[in-house]
Design a protein around this ligand. Structure first.
Ligand code: NDP
Length: 510
């Protein structure tokens, strides 16, 4: 089930959000700790007001303390009294279907009274615990504690500070669920933070009772929360089952990527039981663990992992070997098969503009700004097309490593290297026929940055910036204003993703 968290200062606005999102949610959680006035009558009336508005959405009442990530700062006795008063009012109207009570208050006098009131009104208790400590993930023992009373739903939120933490949470959840098979235990497990987003998207498949989300186009209430429209319509939350083939984009950062929109739309149009997830990934060993835990059927690789992943492949295609970088992995019987569709994608806009010729070698000069994963692919392509190239990068070591690898691989080619610095303007002029911008400088959220602010365009350059968010980077805008031919990363993105999706479809057959 999808639960919308209502973090509003006014109850009317909270109600309006439920009305607006009702087609994408099953439950809503009224966070009383966010309300400006604790008008007990109006709060107790909230479920009845939903009914009056024609919303068949169930509701949870929560008063979250500051130490648990909420906003309630009053004395604990007052908070419990407020909880009790609201439930007492519910006796005369449609009550909340759920009330959230923390694990540490279990057994107190006031808590007992609240539980009795809840039982009388058939309200289910969500027994919650929030663990923000930087220690290792301890989901299993917390799950044991919050599910001690089988009538209650146990909820544990831990913070995931790495992909390893997420793996740990999934592993512990899976073990807990298999030990409690057929016991009727209901659990909500949350790994807070962007790393833990996959748990939110795959909640139903992982046997989690419900997933919490934030009101669309507002700040997330808890770190990593998605909005219900994205969960429901982009990720098809309700359709993800154990047969669903899982694919992903793996990188860091990941929020800017359009790949989930691209691949999920194609899976949906072609009626594939497949879902494409965003996975924020800090280390490749953690990815390897996650890939077998879920398991993943295939994934796209983005910065900064395109080069390092090559060493972890069980097999690599010709383009991966030519470029020394991989952006597509298909998992067959646990083995990672790597492909490079960036090379194909990079060339398509240049063929379209007549800058590269499919059947002829083009003996031109090109400047490549950047020496990361995608720069290797760009260099390999241009060298194969007969270009003399110059690589320019901030980190000189990375640049020299790349250039010496390229020289070893393409001994006949003319390959130069120049450090990216304000003194490099004259060097750029020597190679300015075709300038390929492959760094992440200028990409959202740092879209005001320019990798070569010191260089003035003459207007004769062809400038190809591989970034596609934003569609026009600062450097591309400058080049366009000077009269240059400009190409952004959109065409490459679409071409490489289409090629990638052919591979994904191969294994996403019903
Ligand atoms: P990597 O992390 O492998 O490389 C990043 C590159 O950016 C390095 O050369 C790095 O230099 C440079 N860089 C980062 N920050 C700065 C800075 N502040 N100043 C100067 N240089 C900097 O990333 P990828 O090669 O995988 O991707 C790079 C870009 O290409 C991304 O923006 C990505 O979105 C885009 N891309 C677009 C694709 C498309 O389909 N259109 C496909 C693939 C990538 P240093 O070595 O000094 O750290």
């Amino acid at each position: 089930m999808i639960c919308l968290t209502l973090a509003e200062t006014r109850i009317e606005r909270a109600l309006q959000h439920v009305v607006d999102c009702q087609n994408d949610i099953d439950i809503c959680e009224l966070r009383v700790d966010y309300l400006l006035k604790h008008n007990i009558d109006a709060i107790a009336q909230f479920p009845a007001s939903l009914f009056d508005q024609g919303c068949g959405v169930k509701s949870i009442m929560t008063i979250r303390r500051v130490e648990d990530g909420g906003r309630y700062r009053g004395a604990e006795q007052e908070r419990l009294a407020l909880l009790r008063n609201i439930l007492e009012q519910g006796n005369n109207t449609t009550p909340f279907q759920y009330v959230d009570l923390e694990l540490d208050i279990r057994g107190g006098d006031e808590e007992q009274k609240i539980c009795t009131l809840a039982q009388e009104q058939n309200i289910t208790i969500i027994r919650s615990v929030h663990d923000f400590s930087p220690k290792s993930i301890d989901l299993s023992s917390l799950l044991e504690q919050v599910t001690a009373d089988r009538r209650e739903i146990g909820k544990v939120a831990v913070s995931a500070k790495s992909l390893t933490d997420v793996c740990e949470a999934i592993e512990q959840l899976q073990t807990f669920r298999s030990c409690k098979k057929n016991s009727g235990v209901r659990v909500i497990a949350i790994a807070m933070g962007e790393y833990g987003q996959i748990l939110r998207i795959l909640a139903k498949r992982l046997g989690i009772y419900c997933t919490y989300c934030s009101v669309p186009k507002t700040e997330e209430v808890a770190p990593g929360q998605l909005d219900p429209v994205v969960l429901n319509r982009l990720y098809n939350y309700h359709d993800i089952n154990t047969q669903t083939k899982l694919f992903a984009i793996v990188g860091n950062p990941i929020a800017h990527s359009k790949s989930p929109q691209f691949h999920n739309r194609l899976f949906h149009d072609r009626k594939k039981n497949a879902c494409y997830l965003p996975i924020k990934c800090d280390t490749l060993p953690a990815l390897s663990r996650l890939s077998s835990l879920l398991p993943l059927a295939g994934f796209s690789v983005t910065l900064p992992h395109k080069v390092d992943i090559v060493r972890r492949l069980d097999e690599a295609d010709n383009d991966v070997r030519a470029a020394g970088a991989c952006n597509t992995v298909i998992v067959r019987q646990g083995k990672w098969h790597g492909y490079n569709t960036d090379l194909y994608g990079f060339e398509q806009p240049l063929f379209d503009q007549g800058i590269l010729k499919r059947s002829a070698i083009r003996r031109g000069k090109a400047l490549i700004i950047g020496a990361g994963g995608v720069a290797r692919t760009v260099c390999a392509s241009l060298l194969r097309h007969g270009y003399e190239i110059c690589v320019m990068n901030r980190s000189e070591k990375r640049m020299r490593d790349l250039v010496s690898e390229l020289r070893a691989q393409y001994p006949q080619a003319a390959i130069h290297a120049v450090a990216l610095s304000p003194n490099a303007s004259s060097q750029i002029q020597l190679f300015n026929e075709l300038i390929i911008q492959t760094t992440s400088v200028g990409m959202e959220p740092k879209e005001t940055d320019d990798p070569i602010p010191f260089y003035s365009f003459s207007g004769h350059e062809v400038v190809y910036d591989l970034i596609y968010t934003p569609a026009r980077t600062v450097v591309l805008e400058r080049a366009e204003r000077a009269g240059c031919t400009v190409i952004n990363g959109e065409g490459m993105f679409v071409a490489q993703a289409e090629k990638q999706s052919e591979r994904f479809f191969d294994i996403a057959r019903y």
